[in-house]
Design a protein around this ligand. Sequence first.
Ligand code: NAD
Ligand code: UDP
Length: 311
Amino acid sequence: MKKILVTGGAGFIGSHLCTRLLDDGNDVISLDNYFTGSKDNIKHLIGNPHFEAVRHDIVMPYLAEVDEIYNLACPASPIHYQFDPIKTIETSVLGVTNMLKLADYGKSKILHASTSEVYGDPMMHPQREEYWGNVNPIGIRSCYDEGKRCAETLMMDYHRQHGTRIKIIRIFNTYGPNMSVNDGRVVSNFIIQALKGEDITIYGDGSQTRSFQYVDDLIDAIVRTIQTGDDFTGPVNLGNPREFTIRQLAEEIIRLTGSKSKLCFMPLPGDDPRQRKPDISLAKRVLDWEPTVQLEEGLKKTIEYFRSIDF
Ligand code: NAD
Ligand code: UDP
C-alpha cells in the first residue's frame, strides 16, 4: 500500500483520481482549500479508513511523509483563475515550490498537472511536446498560462538540480461528472443551458476548436504516467485528439439532450486560442495509452450526471 497525496483532491479531476487510487488499494490524503472544489465531490470517500480530507492551501508549506504526490491544486476554468489572478499565479509558483520541497523531503515521486494552455494560441497544429508555445505574458489568461509554464520550469530545475523524481503531464480539455456547475467551462455551460432550455452561449462565431477528453481516459493515463521509470519526466500530452468546433459541440449537446435551446453568439473573450488538438504519439509510445471514450458516449454520461444534481 502506497501513501499518496493528491492536491486539489476535492476538485473535478482530483476527486476521480482519489477514487481510483483508493480503489487500487492505496492510502490517500486529499489536500484542498475548497476554492473551486467541493466536499460533495468526495463525500463518497468520507469514512473510508484509507482516506483523509485535509483543508489546506498549498501556497503555505505542508509536511507529510508520502510515496507519491499528484499536484492538481489550481483553479482551471478561465472564470475561476481570473477571479483572483495573483492567487492563481502564486498557486502555480509558490504552491508548486512547496510541493517540490515536500517531494525532496520524502524522496517521493511528484506528478504535476500542467496544461495545453502552455502552448497558448498555438502556431503548430496539432501540438507536440517539443513546441514552445505562443503565449501572451501580460494578458488576462497569463496568470494561468505563465504560472503553469513557470511550474514546469520549477519541476525541471528541481529534477536537474536535486534529482527530484518528477512527471509533467499536459492535460487537454477534459470533461465529465463532478465538473463544477458555475465554472463557465464550455461543456458544463452548454449542458446546463440545454437542460434548462436556455440559449446556448457561443463565444465568437463558434469556429474555434477544442479536443475533448473524457475524465476516465485521463485518470487511466495519469496512473500509467506515475508508473513510468524515473528517467521519464515528461512533459507528455494527455488528451483526445478528435477535434471539434465549439459550434459542433453545441449542436451535439442539443441533439443528445433533446433540448429546444437556440444558439446565441456573444463576444469572444481576450486571447481565446483559435485551435487546440494534442499530438499524443509520445503518450501512445511511452504509456501504451490512448483515449477510448468518444465524445457522444462521454457527453451522455456527463449529461446524466448534470440531470442527477440540483443546479
Ligand atoms: P478544479 O477547479 O475542479 O480543481 C482544482 C482543485 O484545486 C479544486 O478542488 C480547488 O479547490 C483546489 N485548489 C485551487 N487552488 C488551491 C490552493 N492554492 N491550495 C489547495 N487547493 C487549491 O479543476 P480541475 O479541472 O479538476 O483541474 C485540476 C488540475 O488539472 C488543475 O491543476 C488544472 O490546471 C489542470 N488541468 C485541467 C484541465 C481540464 O480540462 N479540466 C485541463 C488542463 C489542466
Ligand atoms: N466557450 C463558449 N461558450 C461558453 C463557454 C466557453 O463558446 O459558454 C468557448 C470559449 O470561448 C473557448 C472554448 O469554448 O473558445 C473552450 O472554453 P473553456 O473555458 O471550456 O476552455 P479553454 O478556453 O480554457 O480551452
